[in-house]
Every structure is written in structure tokens, then in C-alpha cells.
Ligand binder design. Structure first.
Ligand code: 3EB
Length: 328
């Protein structure tokens, strides 16, 4: 594939290319040489770069990559009682409104995948957990942009925490591409979680298959040790890995029923593994190799998971080329 960068994360600046820096360090000792890990999405053709309402983007042909980073302090101007919402909630709503507006205006309305990173995701302020504040703002951002908050139109996503930094959201969007959204038969849809997980449910689907001309691309959302809507194996990181892989296997099975041009196999996926405690990375690595084989493509990152009792989470994709060059 002609490598023309649409976007890069955590790299040295390239002129014009949207590059949100995200403070999620490597969680694998072997990779942890002090170098930043860099994720680059590239596409054929010449990329066009621009920005609108704080959303920086690059697009080429059928695909757009966009990113927005917002400081919560920018939304700290009104007291909670007057606004009826917290600064993080307002930042999330504002970010999503800006994203949907930029996606529509550039002609890439079809969001294929979201990634969300926020500081102190398990912390609380204003009497409510910050992940729940984020969910309320994201939900309102979808609604006020005329986007559905359940069903086939909801894109897959991940939401992770880091120690400190701006609310950071990046996304891939398509121009004409259609995609089929997949739920996990072992899990309640996240947008239908009961109220015990917060006043507004998380707005994401479990996975999707995007049908490009000539190939299908699989996007799996952040997936954890949740069955139904409950966390399983609290305190047992190896059992959490096995349950997570059972969830991923179930979704790959669903994906293969709707894929039109490709069949996906677990060992071939590209995995991003978020580890709450870096000390668990070796145990997680061992379990994954047992399940996927020694040549599995795994990137280990240290991040907070959105439920306090989750020790790890895995996202994955397939159906696209991958150059994996640790340490470069
Ligand atoms: C879960 O299944 C675990 O809020 O966007 C995974 C992927 C999770 C995405 C999100 C949350 C999100 O509920 C957490």
C-alpha cells in the first residue's frame, strides 16, 4: 500500500498531519526503551489536511482520520448549578458536536471507529464518576448532532484513561463506505446497559465490518471481561484475559457471518492490549500467546480501564496491512 500518512499519534510533528499525543506508555518491558510508540494510519493517493472547530483531519480517497484535543479548563467557566453539567461533560459534548460537524462538512459522514482518552477516568468530581460524566456528554453530542444513540448507526469505540492530559478523541470516517455493525451475543449492548452504570449509557457498538471495494475491514471495540453487563473475574487478570478472548472470538464469529469478501481468523488480528498495572503485562502476554500463538501481533499499552474492577481491555482490527515496527 502506498504509505501516505493521514495521521499519526505520539510522534515527532510532520507538517500538516493531525497528530494527537496520547499519554499511554508502553506496558511491555521489552518495548519500553523510552521511545514513543507511534501509530500511523496511511492510505493511497495524496492526503489533504485541514481543520474545523478544533478537529484536525487528513483525508485521502475514501477515508478520513480526525482528532480533537480539548482542555477541560476551557469548560470551567460556568458553575455546575447554572449549567447543569460538569466541565468534562461539556467538553465531551462539544468534542462530539465538532467531530460530527467536521465529518459532515468534509463529506465523510460515516464514522467507522472512535478512540477516546481522558484523564483520571476512574476518579470522581461533582459527585459523579468521570467516565459517567464523559458518557453523558458523549450521549448529548450524538443526540444534538442528529445521530442515533443505539442500533446500526452507532460506531465501535474504545475509552481509556491516563493520568493527566486533555480529552483526546480520534476517529476514522468513510465517504461512501457501508459498514455492518455487530453486537456481541455474550454481552448486553453497551447502549442498553442498565442505569447502575450511569445516567447515560456508553454510546458505542461492539464491532463493525466496513465493506470497502475489494476488502472488508474489521474494527473491534475495546473488549473486556464482561458477560451480560457484569464484570467477571474481579482480581484475576489471567481469567479476565481468557474471558475477553471468548468475547472477541464470539464477535469474530459474528463478523464472519456478515463479511462479504474476507474471513477473519483470531491469530491474524492486530491487537492493542491496555493493561491497568504494568506488572500484569507478562501474565497477560502469556495467556494471549497461549490463545493466539507466538506470532500474534500485540501492542501493550498502560492505561486505566473504565471500570475500576477491569484489569485489562483489548481492541483489535483486521483486513488492512500492518507494518509493526516496535521501537522505531
Ligand atoms: C465495556 O465493555 C468496557 O465507553 O467507548 C469498551 C469500549 C468500554 C468502549 C466506551 C467502553 C467504551 O463496557 C468499556
Amino acid at each position: 500500500m502506498p504509505a501516505h500518512p493521514m495521521a499519526a499519534m505520539s510522534c515527532q510533528p510532520l507538517v500538516g498531519v493531525p497528530m494527537p499525543a496520547i499519554h499511554v506508555p508502553s506496558a511491555a518491558a521489552a518495548l519500553d526503551s523510552g521511545n514513543a510508540t507511534c501509530e500511523i494510519w496511511s492510505a493511497g493517493g495524496t492526503a489533504t489536511y485541514g481543520h474545523q472547530d478544533g478537529v484536525h483531519y487528513g483525508h485521502s480517497g475514501d477515508l478520513l482520520f480526525g482528532a480533537i484535543q480539548l482542555q477541560e479548563a476551557q469548560f470551567d467557566d460556568e458553575p455546575l448549578s447554572a449549567a447543569g453539567s460538569t466541565p468534562l461533560q461539556r467538553a465531551a459534548e462539544s468534542a462530539y458536536r465538532a467531530i460530527f460537524s467536521a465529518a459532515d462538512r468534509t463529506g465523510f459522514p460515516h464514522i467507522l471507529r472512535f478512540w477516546n482518552y481522558l484523564a483520571d477516568i476512574n476518579g470522581s468530581s461533582h459527585g459523579i464518576e468521570r467516565y459517567r460524566q464523559f458518557n453523558m456528554g458523549r450521549h448529548d453530542g450524538f443526540v444534538h448532532s442528529g445521530r442515533a444513540v443505539s442500533g446500526q448507526a452507532v460506531p465501535p469505540a474504545s475509552a481509556l484513561g491516563f493520568a493527566a492530559g486533555p480529552l483526546t478523541i480520534y476517529f476514522l470516517a468513510g465517504r461512501d463506505v457501508t459498514s455492518t455493525v455487530i453486537e456481541n451475543p455474550r454481552q448486553v449492548s453497551a447502549y442498553a446497559y442498565p442505569r447502575q452504570y450511569g445516567p447515560r449509557s456508553p454510546t458505542f457498538s461492539r464491532a463493525s465490518v466496513a465493506h470497502f471495494i475489494g476488502n472488508d475491514v474489521l474494527f473491534l471495540s475495546g473488549t473486556a471481561s464482561i458477560v451480560g453487563h457484569r464484570t467477571l473475574h474481579t482480581g484475576d487478570v489471567r481469567a479476565q484475559v481468557r474471558e475477553t478472548m471468548a468475547n472477541i472470538a464470539a464477535m469474530v464469529g459474528e463478523a464472519n457471518r456478515v463479511a462479504r469478501q474476507t474471513q477473519f481468523a483470531l491469530p491474524e488480528l492486530c491487537y492493542k492490549v491496555y493493561v491497568r498495572h504494568a506488572r500484569d503485562a507478562d501474565a497477560i502476554h502469556e495467556e494471549l500467546q497461549r490463545c493466539l500463538g507466538k506470532s500474534a501481533r500485540l501492542l501493550f499499552l498502560q492505561a486505566d480501564i473504565c471500570r475500576e474492577d477491569l484489569l485489562m481491555e483489548i481492541e483489535a482490527s483486521a483486513g488492512h496491512p500492518l507494518d509493526f515496527a516496535p521501537g522505531v
